[in-house]
Design a binder for this molecule. Structure first.
Ligand code: R5P
Length: 311
């Protein structure tokens, strides 16, 4: 038996996944008290292959803890197997002590908590660093939004250039450029604080070309802003196309993105996208199909190889 449970982070996505799998969500009671949270699964999951859908956008800690509670409830209720479906997994940018001494490695802390015994495996999309999979002692089934973006960008003008807004996105941009048969460029970004970035140099030919900026996530929008300014200085023309997997939009991001010369903004719905709704040119890219297909394959013991390409 297959059971799909939604935490409180993104019930719309859980419902979309369940509908594609022709199931109803297993009802849960998520009660929040001033000093605690109590969860209860309201129908039997004994012997079930349980999938708990819970991305971790802010407040990440609350969403992650609720996921741990639901996994514990499923485990204690006799579930045969518990899979945490975490389309966006937060804290993965903190994968080393990049800021210097005496820092925590948040990715490792989260991986240890999720690997703690109640969750048998994780299904996720576009971890900030694919290598962060190694932090987990349980299997991580790692999907990519890449094929969804390739499909969404088929009609882009032929005089475009795919732009990585920083070195971390270079491989993604290179692969996308190859898939779309377009040239590619990289912007060199320096992060000066948690929110401030500067981008100065551009490697690759952007003169006279329309930029397609790709990244794994947008938070404040400053990375996209800095990249667009850098390529404009280097002679790029026209309004940009921007595609990112996770739209973890900080409160100031929608206004900033709306003010930039962006014609189309593609964000997947790994997290709720209400904040993006008012941004001109915003186009949601649904991930329910990708996740539903992966869940069906996992449940039936079939390979996920088709969803992965060379990262
Ligand atoms: C950083 O390495 C990520 O790939 C994104 O470029 C970054 O998280 C975007 O953040 P923001 O929108 O705040 O500049």
């Amino acid at each position: 038996m297959l059971s799909i449970i939604s935490g409180g982070a993104h019930p719309d996505l859980a419902r979309d996944i369940a509908a594609l799998l022709r199931r109803s969500l297993t009802p849960v009671d998520l009660a929040r008290y001033p000093d605690a949270e109590v969860v209860r699964i309201q129908e039997s999951v004994r012997g079930s292959d349980v999938y708990i859908v819970q991305p971790s956008p802010p407040p990440s800690e609350g969403h992650l803890f609720e996921l741990l509670l639901l996994a514990d409830a499923a485990h204690r209720a006799g579930a045969a197997q518990v899979t945490a479906v975490i389309p966006y997994l937060g804290y993965m940018r903190q994968d080393r002590r990049a800021g210097g001494e005496r820092m925590a490695i948040g990715a490792r802390v989260v991986a240890d908590a999720l690997s703690g015994g109640r969750i048998d495996r994780i299904l996720t999309i576009d971890l900030h660093q694919p290598a962060a999979e190694a932090f987990f002692s349980i299997p991580v089934e790692h999907l990519e939004a890449f094929p969804l973006f390739v499909a969404a960008l088929q009609d882009v003008p032929r005089d475009s250039v795919v732009v990585a807004p920083d070195l971390g996105a270079a491989k993604l941009a290179d692969r996308l450029a190859q898939a779309l048969d377009l040239p590619f460029a990289v912007v060199h970004k320096t992060r000066t604080t948690g929110v401030d970035v500067t981008s100065t140099r551009v490697t690759g030919e952007v003169h006279g070309r329309r930029p397609i900026v790709v990244d794994d996530m947008i938070t404040t929008g400053r990375t996209v802003q800095a990249a667009l300014e850098a390529v404009a200085k280097a002679g790029a023309k026209g309004r940009a196309i921007v595609a990112a997997t996770h739209g973890i939009l900080a409160p100031e991001a929608p206004a900033l993105l709306a003010s930039l010369p962006i014609e189309r903004l593609f964000l997947t719905d790994t997290v709720p996208l209400e904040a993006a709704g008012g941004i001109p040119g915003f186009r949601p890219v649904p991930v329910a199909g990708l996740l539903a297909d992966a869940i069906a394959r996992l449940h039936e013991g079939r390979s996920l190889a088709w969803t992965r390409s060379q990262r």
